[in-house]
Design a protein around this ligand. Structure first.
Ligand code: IPM
Ligand code: MG
Length: 357
């Protein structure tokens, strides 16, 4: 039987994961899904309980799991502790340990939410972009890194942006495969006018493209890509880019859809095992109030069904259930129009379960 590990994390993490858990339990009880479920600690809660953001016990559970559902990690309580103990280190550590190099971040606009975007509805209507972000390389992990003291006594911070051909090639293949199932277009985003690492990135993308004659490859500098995402986002189908550029561009793409509370993500390794998480953070400012939007986490569960559990029909049912509650007009505070009643985190989760049944 497939094993799922749930890591609620910090802030709103436990609240939103509880709603995804209701959906998961419903799938097990009423829709024939057979999975084993375990829970573990990651992030600030793990620092508090075990003294490390990614305890050995969690890593062991993660290695045995076919898929992981993560809420979110981090919060002000841990912002000032030493860098190695920060909750974010736990997240980066698990991505690296499981080699989850392929991060899929779809930005899809629900028609009923076109008015929630800060861009005009006619600019974002029908938006459907897939950002493919490289997740285990680049400047996030490159060595050397650190803060050193120069002879002058001044301190200097430094990091290294580094990509090897094999790393570029495998994320390129992920993007081209994704494009094949979509509109057949890949836009590779880099900074090849300045950085050697991007020069190589471009060259390898061109090489990979030869294996996918049915997919059209274009290149764009990252500054232009940031502009084009807000100028005319519908020009994009699949965007493939490195770790840091992907971090930045995926937040921008998320906001085009009206709420960062609506976007799921998948982080996959070469065997298709993966970690699934909403792309928003732990939102400590609203934690514990029962107002967070659980839909991104529930849709992350949907991506897990599709990509790691091979349950495509159930994945589609979850997606349909989410669409139907949004169409019914249910809104958590982040997507509610001013002066309308917002539903709670739990009400939203219950509604998705009701729609599934
Ligand atoms: C993300 C987040 C993380 C990242 C942080 C929390 C380390 O911003 O998943 O986009 O930068 O990758
Ligand atoms: Mg980010």
């Amino acid at each position: 039987m497939k094993k799922i590990l749930i890591l609620p994390g910090d802030g709103i993490g436990p609240e939103i994961v509880a709603e995804a858990r209701k959906v998961l339990d419903c799938l097990r009880e009423n829709h024939g899904l057979q999975v084993e479920v375990e829970e573990g600690l990651l992030g600030g809660c793990a620092v508090d309980a075990e003294g490390a953001p990614l305890p050995e016990s969690t890593l062991a559970l993660a290695r045995q799991a076919d898929a992981i559902l993560l809420g979110a990690v981090g919060g002000p309580k841990w912002d000032t502790i030493e860098r190695a103990l920060r909750p974010e280190r736990g997240l980066l550590g698990i991505r690296a340990a499981l080699e989850l190099y392929a991060n899929l971040r779809p930005a899809v606009l629900f028609p009923a939410l076109a008015g929630a975007s800060t861009l005009r509805p006619e600019v974002v209507a029908g938006l459907d972009i897939m950002i493919v972000r490289e997740l285990t390389g680049g400047i996030y992990f490159g060595e050397p890194r650190g803060i050193r003291t120069l002879d002058s006594g001044e301190r200097q911070g430094f990091n290294t942006e580094v990509y090897s051909e094999s790393e570029i090639e495998r994320i390129g293949r992920t993007a081209f495969e994704a494009a094949r199932k979509r509109d057949g277009r890949v836009c590779s985003v880099d900074k090849a006018n300045v950085l050697e690492v991007s020069e190589l990135w471009r060259e390898v993308m061109e090489r990979v493209a030869r294996d996918y004659p049915d997919v059209a490859l274009s290149h764009m500098y990252v500054d232009n890509a940031a502009m084009q995402l807000v100028r005319d986002p519908r020009q994009f189908d699949v965007v493939v880019t490195g770790n840091l550029f992907g971090d930045i561009l995926s937040d921008t793409a998320a906001m085009l859809t009206g709420s960062i509370g609506m976007l799921p993500s998948a982080s996959l390794n070469a065997e298709g095992r993966g970690m699934y998480e909403p792309i928003h953070g732990s939102a400590p400012d609203i934690a514990g109030q029962g107002v967070a939007n659980p839909l991104a986490t529930i849709m992350s569960l949907g991506m897990m069904l599709r990509y790691s559990l091979n349950e495509v029909a159930l994945a589609e049912q979850v997606q349909k259930a989410v669409e139907s509650v949004v169409e019914q007009g249910l809104r958590t505070a982040d997507i509610a129009a001013p002066d309308t009643r917002a539903v709670s985190t739990a009400e939203m989760g219950d509604a998705v379960v009701a729609a599934l049944n």
